[in-house]
Structures are given as structure tokens and as C-alpha cells.
Design a protein around this ligand. Sequence first.
Ligand code: AVJ
Ligand code: FE
Length: 440
Amino acid sequence: GIDRDAEGLRDRIAAELARTRARTVLLTEAVDDADLVRQHSPLMSPLVWDLAHVGNQEELWLVRDVGGREPVRCDIDDLYDAFKQPRRDRPSLPLLPPPEARAYVATVREKVYDLLDGVTFDGGKLVADGFAFGMIVQHEQQHDETMLATHQLRSGPAALHAPPPPEPTVRVPAEVLVPAGPFTMGTDTDPWALDNERPAHRVDLPAYVIDAAPVTNGAYRAFIADGGYDDPRWWTEAGWQHRRQAGLTAPMHWQRDGDGWSYLRFGTWSRVRDDEPVVHVCFHEAQAYATWASKRLPTEAEWEKAARWDPATGRSRRYPWGDGDPTPIQANLGQRHLSPAPVGAYPAGASPLGVHQLIGDVWEWTATPFRGYPGFAAFPYREYSEVFFGDDHQVLRGGSFGTDQAACRGTFRNWDYPIRRQIFSGFRCARDARPDEAHR
Ligand code: AVJ
Ligand code: FE
């Protein structure tokens, strides 16, 4: 019955809110208060800004909009409006000090639990299927990943700890052929899918070949050793200009170490491991590598067909393995581990065609700029995605080890500037199928 369904949804929402807040608390209590107010990079907010911003969005959408309640605080909306305050200016704002920020987010959350008790989920599109709550859970989870990126940029001893990801158990082939034909891209039915994932629409693709795993550190090292960073043939004009101006010579956080390389991860240096997906590369580096390798980046549609299309039924699934939510053996998500996992560590997460590690590990750059799908309608606000449509942002897919499962699925779209690499970004390559391959 309706009431039992509403009860179940309420419980699920409460559990997701609590699970998410536990991660936010961990990320903001791992360092001292002086560290929380410091700006660790001009690219990032002080962690205490993220914390109160998460609470402020929750207040705006759930307490005021869904709940119709009085504001908890109406004097701080501008401070925590991401559009009004550029990141580099945020440390000089009169932000709530850490104890006040913690008290603020706790007060907002109490009011949300209170109003959740009385919500019936039939008061219109914003609350149907608990969408507004799902949006706020995903928003906080996205900021938790942003805060993890800030942790990676801070200096000093390690503050976060997690067990290493699993070791490989299978050998993964180099490439997989995806046969020509249509598939359904995007969704109309996933209740917490965001506006930019909608509507579902058919896309017909010619046969293509996609890497069965993300490009590894070992493969990327061969590009470096072959002089890839010094050869403008592999780079686009914009990419080459950025490579020169920014002085790029290797992924972010890498340093030469004797005849090899080391990388810095959350305060600890170690030797680069060759069988892991490369991470902290920008779109331009990914594009240059792909050209060097006589390949290209997959389009967003190619990525999604590889991740969702089921050759047995022709249906698009939520994930490479099916419709069920990710389990710990299917994908390296949720900050359970603080690095990408070596290739071959997640055979249970492979697609029916044998494409591995599409979900989790590293966000994957695609060749596609961020745009609305045909029939796109902004919901519930233009500033979530529509204002970012155009040629300035490239789409990334699949989520990273820092992404929570609530903010990751086969349809989920992330985007960023092509020069960004403080995010947990890697890539895989693709190419057109040759005629002899396409007709097998
Ligand atoms: C979808 C990750 C690009 O972090 O800018 C957070 C998510 N939107 N607050 C971002 C988001 C509003 C967004 N990304
Ligand atoms: Fe935000």
C-alpha cells in the first residue's frame, strides 16, 4: 500500500542522510580547526565552507522549500552561494567558524528529520519518489568528494586512512568490440536521476572498440618516456598551449624518483604502481595520450553504451553488472579505499561484453562537451546543470574511488574544465572498428 511504500522510502532517505553525514563528519574532523579554515589550493574552498554550504543547500531545498518552515538562518545565504562567491575568494569571507558551522548543519538536519516524518511524497514533482531528498544526499556526497580532493591537496602528514583496494584476480584483455546498433541513453525512470541524465533517448552508434580497462600508470609512463609531453603532434592546439603554459610534464602529484616515478597520496609518497589506472590527468593529457596511442577518447554515448547496453536483451541497465546497487566486490566507490584499484580487481563489476572498472576507480574523460540531451528540461533549478552547458566543460563518466554510490550510476554525468586535474580523473581510449572487426 501507499503508506507502507512511503514508510519504506522515509527509512531509506533517513539512512542515506545519516550515512552521508557520517562521511562529511569524518572528512571535517580528520584535521584541526585551523586546517579547516585554511585554503589548501586556490582551486578549492576551505573545508569549513563546504561544510556550511552543504547545510545551507539542505536548508534552502528541504527546510524552506519542501518543509515550508522558517529559515534557520537567513543571514548567510549569500556567503554559501557558489555562484556569488568564487572559490579563490572564499577564505576571506566572514565564514561561520568551525564550531558554529557544525552547530548550523546539525540544526538544519534535525529540522529535516522532523519534516521527513510528515512528508507523504505526493505534494508534486519536487517530492515525488523523495527526489528533493535524493538531490540533497547527492549534493552532500559530491561535496564529500570535493573535500577528499582538498585533502589530497593539503600538505602535512596523512589525516585519512583506509585499507588498500583489492588485488587483481583476472587478466583483462586490451580492447572490446561493441557491435553497431541503437541503445537507450539517459533515463526517465531512475527516481533520483538528475535533470541532465534525462530524458531517455535512442542513440544509434556504428561499431567501435573500447579499452577493456582504464589506461594504467604503466601505459601512461610509456607515453611520457616516448617524449609525449614534448611532441605537439599529439596535442590539440588548446591542449599544447595549456601544456606549455602550465609546464605539464607528468600527472599531478607525480615526481621523478631515480629511474622511475613516485606519487603523493593523501600525505604519503610511494612508488608509482604500473597496473593501476592513471589519475590526476586533465582532458588535454588524456586526449594527447589517446592520439599518441593511435586511438581517441570515447564519446559520452560510446562510454554509456559500453556501461549499460545488454546484448542479450537490448535493454540499458543501471550499471554494467545489472540494475542492482553497487556492492563492494563490484566497484571501488565510496572512499572505502583511497586510491584506484589495479586493473583486474573487479571482475564482478564487468559489463556483459567484458568491459572492466567503468564504475568507480577514476572519473573517465570523454570526447563530449557537456550539453543537454534532446528534450532536456532544467529541474529543479537552472544552476544545477543548464548554466554549464556549452563548449567550456567536458563530460566525465563512471565515478572514482572518492565517489559515493548515491552519486554514481550508468547514466550519471559529471563535467569539468578540460584543464582540471585536481579531481580524481583518468580515462580509457576508444577507436572506430575496422570493417573486418565490425562484421565479425
Ligand atoms: C557535478 C561535480 C561538477 O562540484 O561543481 C556541487 C556538483 N553542484 N554543488 C560541482 C555540485 C553544486 C558539481 N559537479
Ligand atoms: Fe554545492
